[in-house]
Ligand binder design. Structure first.
Ligand code: ADP
Ligand code: MG
Length: 218
């Protein structure tokens, strides 16, 4: 069976039409496997977020193709085994860390008891048990991002896509977020694609892909 989690073949994404068209991603061919640890680097506007959204199935290519050979598409037409971590704060303010981690599972129809148990397990796995009862206001930016990683882990994805999750954090906090992402990928046996501006974060990941003007550059 194919070992490929996501495969992009000559994939492109253009926003808008005619004179206003912006080619965000062009002619990208790449694959990510279960043991892949990829840092996606490139200047602002080079197409990193757009490519990650394509890989996560949150957006569709306007040319070429993006596919997930191992999975059927999920109920919302995107592959359910992909977990995405965003750059900004993404926790629900009124919920504790534990409830935030459990929330997507409840939405999927998991029972309350099981969702809570899996949320606890995810926080525990990443060494975040101490944060379980805190609300986002009581968390630092780095702690909130680590909780966001735990939330992704709770859904047991096979591919984790993280879009500059350390972009707004200082070095120490950013390093700890990269720690939990690498831990999470290891525990789940998942592939990881991490967009980052930061060379030091990128060096901790085995493969570095560089983007410029929408293209992957060797
Ligand atoms: P990066 O994440 O590397 O900063 P993006 O993928 O966000 O790059 O953006 C790549 C290019 O596509 C930029 O020129 C950006 O302005 C443009 N772009 C991204 N999303 C949209 C959108 N929804 N509509 C129009 N243009 C967009
Ligand atoms: Mg971006």
């Amino acid at each position: 069976m194919s070992d490929v989690l996501v495969s992009c073949v000559d994939a492109g994404r253009t926003f808008g039409h005619g004179q206003l068209a912006v080619v965000a991603v062009r002619g990208v061919t790449c694959t990510v496997g279960p043991r892949s640890r990829v840092a996606l680097m490139g200047p602002s506007g080079s197409g990193k977020s757009t490519l990650l959204h394509l890989m996560a199935g949150l957006d569709r290519p306007t040319s070429g193709s993006v596919g997930w050979p191992q999975w059927d598409e999920g109920p919302f037409g995107h592959p359910s085994r992909v977990g995405m971590v965003f750059q900004g704060p993404s926790l629900v303010p009124a919920m504790t860390a534990l409830e935030n981690v459990a929330f997507p599972l409840l939405l999927e129809g998991t029972s309350h008891e099981e969702a809570m148990a899996r949320a606890e397990e995810s926080l525990d796995l990443l060494g975040l048990t101490g944060l379980a009862g805190k609300v986002p206001d009581q968390l630092s930016g780095g702690q909130a991002q680590r909780v966001a990683v735990a939330r992704v882990v709770a859904s047991r994805p096979q591919l984790i896509v993280a879009d500059e999750p350390t972009g707004r954090l200082d070095r120490a906090a950013g390093d700890r977020v990269v720690d939990v992402l690498l831990d999470a990928a290891e525990h789940l046996g998942a592939g990881l694609v991490l967009a980052t501006h930061d060379e030091l974060s990128a060096r901790r990941v085995e493969q570095v892909w560089r983007m410029g003007e929408g293209e992957l550059r060797p």
